[in-house]
Design a protein around this ligand. Structure first.
Ligand SMILES: Nc1ncnc2c1ncn2[C@@H]1O[C@H](COP(=O)(O)OP(=O)(O)OP(=O)(O)O)[C@@H](O)[C@H]1O
Ligand SMILES: [Mg+2]
Length: 537
């Protein structure tokens, strides 16, 4: 294989490369010296200079290089830079130069000379090389210890990729590990998928300002993670505004837009003063919108515009305001399904569905229950000043239950945290005994027993409507019938309306009059009335 040709790209040093008459040969001139090294032939030298006033110096340096190194082809380029100390000016000219330059890295090796040129030019050369617009290595030259004619001094090649590997890489790995541990509050989770996900979230959090979407069941830690992401970004100087946290399920009607986008004084009755709104409070910070699926369609449209254009109209305002924030959205619904059902805007979904992470519930990562348990016990100790431990057998008993399929952990981290609080509080002299564990597992089983599946949000939750105790008394026969009746009530406009639907057949046969009365009496058997059952949950 033929050796690659060596090509230098460097600025003319208006001071360093300058020199008059024969005396110039006694002076160390970096650009000329670079071509004088015996161990390396420079095949081509791209000599950059800024402006016609340096053309004659460029010519002189070119000729001198030709005389000391006839093998070097010299190409001088007058770059359109009016001020060599103006960053934009220099960067722009170099950028254009690099973009139009026919780099041929398979056959040529590029040395970017950074000893000459203004400091601004040197910095720009460095940046361009680091960003690989110049696909080469930096070269730095230095004068000989003792000046002597023909002594070119020395040169050093700086390989940014290698130096990154050698020195920065270790630091980078350590910082990343710290970031990941921070996101997990130092809990040494064992589930490979969960750990990989947090690892990726760390990288995205550090690098990207794009929206994130955190999905997952209640208590899986979406809100917690959003805040940690914010704190991580702030510690790495990615963000310096506030963390603004809103649960969209708490927004109602007209107030929703105003809470988010603000309003101007007099926008509506009761708007006595301007209100900035949460989007503006999140300027330069992070806005966490939990339960984003609960947002109304109008607010969704306004939010999309605000994310895309960083501008929006407060309610009642005819001029736009600006806010530049990062968005993290949380949801425990399947937003794809919400889009299909027409309840969530497809365009907004597309915009926030870029870095989407589904946080698994605890039951999906049973191997993580133990480290979480230890974390929570330590936290209890730190908060109360009382160190609590499991007896050996008790810990095994609890873990056997906690990781078994009968432990549903519907409330996830919240359930575990409550369980640990109870275990620790009921411990005797800092010891959690078998008996305390058995009572706790029984309590958790009871808690989860009435947690029916709610696949589409339409399931009628009798325990919620009539209380757990009353619901537990019902025969399945009555429970099923009652659920069906309540479902009809919720779709009806009034007691009579529901009665008409439920008793349609006997009504047609004119067997029994007054459907509303029949329904009222039926509900009363379960201590229920129209008002209780007709509100949707
Ligand atoms: N990694 C963690 N380290 C410490 N505490 C955590 C962690 N994850 C969650 N928690 C705690 O667990 C509880 C529930 O977490 P969080 O509120 O973030 O859940 P969520 O997914 O937002 O639930 P919801 O859908 O109900 O809003 C909180 O008290 C939170 O502080
Ligand atoms: Mg939450």
């Amino acid at each position: 294989m033929q050796a690659k040709r060596t090509v230098v790209i460097g600025f003319l040093g208006t001071q360093l490369d300058n020199g008059r008459g024969a005396a110039r040969w006694e002076k160390w001139r970096p650009s000329v010296a670079l071509t004088q090294h015996e161990d390396r032939i420079i095949d081509r030298f791209e000599l950059l200079y800024a402006g016609g006033q340096f053309a004659s110096l460029a010519r002189q340096v070119s000729q001198d290089i030709a005389s000391v190194s006839p093998e070097t082809q010299l190409l001088a380029h007058d770059l359109p830079i009016s001020d060599a100390w103006d960053f934009e000016d220099v960067y722009g000219a170099l950028y254009d130069f690099a973009n139009s330059y026919p780099f041929d890295p398979d056959n040529e090796e590029y040395w970017i000379h950074i000893t000459t040129g203004s400091h601004v030019a040197q910095i720009c050369m460095f940046l361009m090389t680091e960003a690989r617009y110049f696909p080469g290595r930096l070269v730095q030259t230095s004068p000989p210890k003792r000046q002597a004619i023909g002594n070119p001094g020395s040169y050093a090649l700086i390989d940014l990729d290698l130096s990154r590997y050698d020195q920065i890489a270790q630091r980078f790995t350590r910082e990343q590990a710290e970031g990941v541990a921070f996101l997990k509050s130092g809990i040494a989770t064992r589930n490979a998928k969960f750990n990989a996900m947090i690892g990726e979230i760390e990288r995205v959090a550090i690098k990207s300002k794009a929206p994130m979407l955190l999905m997952g069941p209640t208590g899986a830690g979406k809100s917690f993670l959003a805040r940690r992401i914010y704190e991580l970004k702030r510690s790495r100087h990615q963000i310096d505004g506030k963390f603004i946290d809103l649960n969209c399920a708490t927004l109602h009607g007209d107030g929703a837009a105003s809470t988010l986008f603000g309003h101007i004084k007099g926008a509506f009755t009761g708007a006595g003063a301007d209100r900035p709104g949460l989007l503006r409070s999140a300027h330069k910070g992070l806005l966490f919108l939990d339960e984003i699926g609960e947002l109304g369609l109008d607010e969704q449209a306004m939010l999309l515009k605000a994310i895309e254009e960083k501008r929006f109209f407060p309610v009642g305002a005819d001029t736009e305001v600006q806010s530049d924030f990062q968005l993290i959205a949380g949801t425990n619904r399947d937003l794809g399904k919400e889009v299909a059902a027409g309840r969530f805007r497809e365009d907004l979904y597309a915009r926030i569905n870029l870095w989407t992470y589904a946080l698994p519930g605890l039951a999906q990562r049973p191997e993580d229950i133990e480290p979480n348990l230890d974390y929570l016990l330590a936290q209890y100790g730190a908060e109360t000043g009382e160190r609590v431990r499991f007896n050996k057998e008790a810990r095994e008993r609890f873990m056997r239950f906690a990781a078994s399929p009968s432990a549903a952990w519907h409330g996830n981290f919240r359930d575990l945290s409550a369980a640990v609080t109870r275990l620790a509080t009921l411990s005797e002299a800092g010891r959690i005994t078998d008996q305390v564990v058995d009572e706790e597992t029984a309590r958790l089983r009871r808690l989860w027993r009435h947690h029916g599946e709610r696949p589409d949000g339409n399931e009628v939750m009798l325990a919620q409507i009539m209380g757990e105790a009353a619901a537990a008394q019902l025969d399945l026969f009555d429970a099923l019938q009652l659920q069906a009746v309540i479902k009809v009530c919720r779709q009806a406009n009034s007691l009579s309306d529901a009665g008409r639907t439920l008793y349609a057949a006997s009504r047609a046969a004119k067997a029994r009059p007054n459907d509303a009365d029949r329904l009222r009496k039926y509900l009363a058997r379960f201590a229920l009335d129209w008002d209780t059952v007709s509100v949707s949950n």
